[in-house]
Design a protein around this ligand. Structure first.
Ligand code: MTE
Length: 315
C-alpha cells in the first residue's frame, strides 16, 4: 500500500533533534522490532487474537453497505502515537500493551461513579456489529465493521448530574507499555472529549472489537470509543477513564495545535484544515479520490445536534 504523507506533525519535527535521536536508539536497544514481529505478521496484538468472539453479533443500526476495508489494512495502517508516528509502527510495536487486567473508571459529575472491569464491560449490553465509515483528518478513510454497543449504555448507569455538560476520555499512560510516550509529540496521556449529547448519541460506540474479534492492540485494545461523524482523532483508543465534566475538556490535539484541531472536529468538506483541503478523501485500497460527505455521511442522524451553530467557528 502506498504511504500517505503524515499530516500530523511527526515527532522529528517537534522534538528537539537530540531527544529524537535518543528515542530512536532507545527503541533499537529495546528490540521492539524483533519482539513484535510475531504479532505483527498476524496483523493482531498477540494477546487478543481470539477467533470469532463476536461472530454472532447482531447487525446494529446505521451500518453502511459500502465494502469494508480489508482486515489487513485496518490492522496495519494505523494512527496510535503511543507506539510511534509511522503508520506501520502500531502494528509492529503494540504487542507491548497489556490488555488484561484492565479497568475503566467512570467518574466526575455523576451520582454513581464506578470502576468497571473489562470483562464486565464485555457483558454490559448486547454486542452489535456496526459497519462505520471512518475519516481521518489526514485525508484517508476506511470502512470498518466494529463490535460494541452505544456508549450511552455505560454512561446512563453512572447517572450524570445536571453539571455534566461534557465527557472526557483518557488513554492509558504507561511509558513501559507505550514507548511512543517517551517522545514529546503530544502532552500525554492522550485526552479526547465530546459534548454530552454527542457522547449519548446512539451512533457513538463503546468499541470492544472489529471484524468479529476482540480489538487488536493497534486499534485501541481492549476498549475505545468510535465517533463516525468526526475526524478519527476524536475516537480515543485504549481508554482507562471516562469523566463527566462541567467545562469543555482540554484535548491532546487541540492543545498541540489549536488552529488545526478544533474541539468539535466534525467531518466537514466545506471547512479547510489550515494546511490542506478536506473536500476529498482517499479510501484505503482505492486510487481515485472521492468527495468527503458532510458529517462523514451521517448528517441525517447528527446534523440536528449542531442546529444554529456556526460550524466554521466551532470547527
Ligand atoms: N487514540 C490514541 N490514544 N492515540 C492516538 O494516536 N489516533 C487517532 C485515533 N485515536 C490516536 C487515537 C487517530 S488520528 C485516528 S485516525 C484513529 O485513532 C485511527 O484509528 P485506527 O487505527 O483504529 O483506524
Amino acid at each position: 500500500m502506498s504511504r500517505v504523507r503524515t499530516a500530523f506533525p511527526r515527532s522529528s519535527e517537534i522534538t528537539p533533534r537530540d531527544v529524537f535521536d535518543q528515542r530512536r536508539s532507545f527503541l533499537r536497544d529495546a528490540g521492539f522490532v524483533i519482539a513484535a514481529a510475531g504479532a505483527a505478521s498476524l496483523g493482531l496484538g498477540a494477546r487478543d487474537a481470539a477467533a470469532g468472539t463476536f461472530s454472532s453479533a447482531r447487525k446494529g443500526p446505521y451500518g453502511t453497505t459500502e465494502a469494508p476495508t480489508p482486515l489487513k489494512d485496518v490492522t496495519s495502517y494505523n494512527n496510535f502515537y503511543e507506539f510511534g508516528t509511522g503508520k506501520e509502527d502500531p502494528a509492529e510495536r503494540a504487542g507491548s500493551l497489556k490488555t488484561r487486567p484492565w479497568t475503566v473508571s467512570v467518574e466526575g459529575e455523576c451520582a454513581k461513579p464506578r470502576r468497571w472491569d473489562i470483562d464486565e464491560l464485555l457483558k454490559l449490553a448486547a454486542i452489535e456489529e456496526r459497519v462505520y465509515r471512518m475519516r481521518c483528518v489526514e485525508g484517508w478513510s476506511m470502512v470498518i465493521p466494529w463490535n460494541g454497543y452505544p456508549l450511552a449504555e455505560l454512561l446512563k448507569r453512572a447517572e450524570p448530574n445536571s453539571r455534566a455538560k461534557y465527557v472526557e476520555f483518557t488513554t492509558l499512560s504507561d511509558v513501559s507499555q507505550m514507548p511512543g510516550q517517551r517522545a514529546a509529540v503530544l502532552d500525554w496521556p492522550y485526552v479526547e472529549g465530546l459534548r454530552i449529547d454527542e457522547a449519548m448519541h446512539p451512533l457513538t460506540l463503546l468499541t470492544l472489537g472489529l471484524y468479529g474479534d476482540l480489538l487488536p492492540n493497534q486499534n485501541g485494545a481492549p476498549v475505545r470509543v468510535t465517533v463516525p461523524w468526526k475526524y478519527g482523532f476524536k475516537s480515543a483508543k485504549s481508554i482507562v477513564r471516562i469523566r463527566f465534566t462541567e467545562h469543555e475538556p482540554k484535548t491532546a490535539w487541540n492543545k498541540a495545535a489549536p488552529r488545526e484541531y478544533g474541539f468539535y472536529s466534525n467531518v466537514n468538506p466545506a471547512v479547510e484544515h489550515p494546511r490542506w483541503s478536506q473536500a476529498k478523501e482517499r479510501r484505503i485500497g482505492e486510487w481515485t479520490k472521492r468527495p468527503t460527505l458532510p458529517f462523514n455521511g451521517y448528517a441525517e442522524q447528527v446534523a440536528g445536534l449542531y442546529a444554529g451553530m456556526d460550524l466554521r467557528k466551532y470547527f
